[in-house]
Write a protein that binds this ligand. Structure first.
Ligand SMILES: [Zn+2]
Ligand SMILES: [Zn+2]
Length: 178
């Protein structure tokens, strides 16, 4: 969680509006001690706000000093995860570090729908007939595919990566004003 905490603080440095929104949300929670919300109340809040997500152990994981209470800093880590990570389609847990995304849904999803993502455990144990596509890459490999399409990828992936690159390039070009 240490890297995630650092990434969360960097994220909110760049997004002060999101940080203000998070502060407003945190202020609606009942403080059991000054600046601290009991883990149970925090867990219940998470379940209310993210009903489609399994948040069972999240409050414990976010409790950095393991005292049973969560601070605003812990809450920011939670907000950061929900704003930047996908929820596993099978177990409904939020992906913290590594997730596997269906390359085809990733490419097509840009205009047609959401991505299809799995946590490592669900990716390993997945029933291959539960999703129509079979080409998954982890989030780190995905970044590399967009950067340099590997020569030995199956044709389906080559098409996928070239479309992804096309979309990325389009975005970059439109962003640069050319
Ligand atoms: Zn999962
Ligand atoms: Zn798919």
């Amino acid at each position: 969680m240490e890297d995630i905490r650092l990434a969360a603080s960097l994220f909110f440095e760049k997004n002060p509006g999101s940080k203000n929104a998070a502060r407003a949300e945190f202020s609606t929670l009942r403080e059991a001690k000054p600046g601290r919300v009991a883990k149970k109340a925090f867990g219940e809040h998470l379940q209310r706000c993210h009903p489609g997500c399994s948040t069972l152990n999240l409050a414990s994981e976010l409790d950095a000093d393991r005292d049973g209470y969560l601070t605003f800093e812990d809450f920011l880590v939670c907000c950061y995860l929900f704003q930047t990570r996908p929820v596993c389609r099978q177990c409904k847990a939020i992906a913290k570090l590594v997730f596997y995304t269906c390359l085809q849904c990733f490419v097509e999803g840009k205009s047609k729908g959401p991505t299809y993502d799995l946590c490592p455990k669900c990716y390993r144990d997945r029933n291959k007939s539960s999703h129509p596509h079979n080409l998954f890459v982890d989030n780190y490999a995905l970044a590399n595919i967009i950067r340099i399409p590997p020569k030995d990828l199956p044709i389906e992936a080559k098409i996928g990566s070239s479309v992804a690159i096309g979309l990325t390039m389009d975005k970059l070009l439109s962003g640069s004003g050319n």
